[in-house]
Design a protein around this ligand. Structure first.
Ligand SMILES: NC(=O)c1ccc[n+]([C@@H]2O[C@H](COP(=O)([O-])OP(=O)(O)OC[C@H]3O[C@@H](n4cnc5c(N)ncnc54)[C@H](O)[C@@H]3O)[C@@H](O)[C@H]2O)c1
Length: 267
């Protein structure tokens, strides 16, 4: 059997990180070699995810782990304040990043693309790893050709730090590739309560962010036209929905050089 892919997880003790640890450990061609988090430092990650030890001790320095261990792919699910710095660090240490953390702005994505090309390393950043969510984005892009009015409502759990979600931003970008301006025939609006109409994308797509306990990750894109409406909706009820996409991405960056933004490019 060929050598296993050595995987590290940054943000290992978080909601997504723990799901990734279990998913990686279930794959025959992958080996978990590092778990990075500022929480539970010094503990065996297996005790956090499975109530049993697995021999991988949680460490708090991503840089030290990258320098001291041989890691083929580093998966990052930390938080929006860290994601740019972490991705840069991963590439600078000749490791391949698979990035799920949201909050990167277009200029940062461009810089990371340049760095991955310069380093000749596979690098994948995806605002949403759920296949259904990627299809929801693709269907929304397609519908944009036929509907000139659309709004996005994204709904997440109340511990999510960034708004709007990376998925909503990416959806608006894809829709904009199909149509440059939405809602041009709307009347002049007056907001009596500031923010009521949500955030407004470059192409005038209104984006509304809902944050409530009990939710995981959900989004609907509503298209309206005289006499009809089309709603494209996706729900992630469980973080397990993201795992096939994460596993696919780990294999992708290992097998191929080059930069990928969005899972749709490898489906
Ligand atoms: N791309 C996707 O499909 C997808 C899906 C769900 C969530 N997300 C994104 O993933 C990110 C994480 O989400 P979550 O729900 O797991 O969050 P979380 O808060 O549960 O987990 C974040 C983890 O990062 C750790 N952390 C914080 N600072 C750190 C540091 N300096 N070094 C190391 N670890 C540190 C925290 O201790 C925590 O364990 C968010 O940006 C979220 O929007 C993306």
């Amino acid at each position: 059997m060929s050598e296993k892919i050595k995987v590290g997880v940054s943000g290992a003790c978080g909601k997504m990180g723990q799901a990734v640890i279990k998913a990686v450990q279930a794959e025959a061609d992958m080996e978990l070699v590092a778990a990075i988090d500022i929480a539970y430092c010094g503990k065996d990650i297996g005790e956090i995810t499975n109530n049993t030890t697995c021999g991988v001790i949680i460490e708090n320095s991503l840089e030290k782990a990258l320098q001291e261990k041989q890691i083929d792919v580093m998966v990052d699910f930390t938080n929006p304040d860290l994601v740019y710095k972490n991705t840069k660090l991963i590439l600078e240490n000749n490791c391949r990043p698979v990035i799920g953390t949201t909050g990167l702005v277009p200029e940062e994505i461009k810089e990371l693309e340049n760095l991955s090309v310069q380093k000749n390393l596979g690098c994948l950043i995806a605002p949403n790893f759920a296949v259904g969510a990627v299809l929801m984005m693709m269907f929304s892009q397609k519908a944009s050709k036929y509907f000139s009015n659309a709004e996005i409502i994204e709904l997440h759990h109340n511990k999510k730090k960034d708004a709007p979600s990376g998925t909503a931003i990416k959806t608006a970008e894809l829709m904009t590739q199909e149509r440059k301006a939405f809602g041009q025939d709307n009347c002049v609006e007056v907001e009596t309560l500031k923010g009521s109409r949500g955030g407004i994308s470059e192409a005038n797509i209104h984006i509304h962010s809902v944050r409530l306990p009990g939710f995981v990750a959900h989004q609907e894109v509503i298209f309206g036209a005289p006499g009809q409406a089309l709603t494209v909706r996706h729900d992630s009820f469980d973080r397990i929905s993201f795992m096939p996409g994460v596993i696919l991405s780990i294999r992708q960056v290992m097998a191929n050089k080059g930069f990928i933004y969005g899972l749709e490019s490898i489906l």
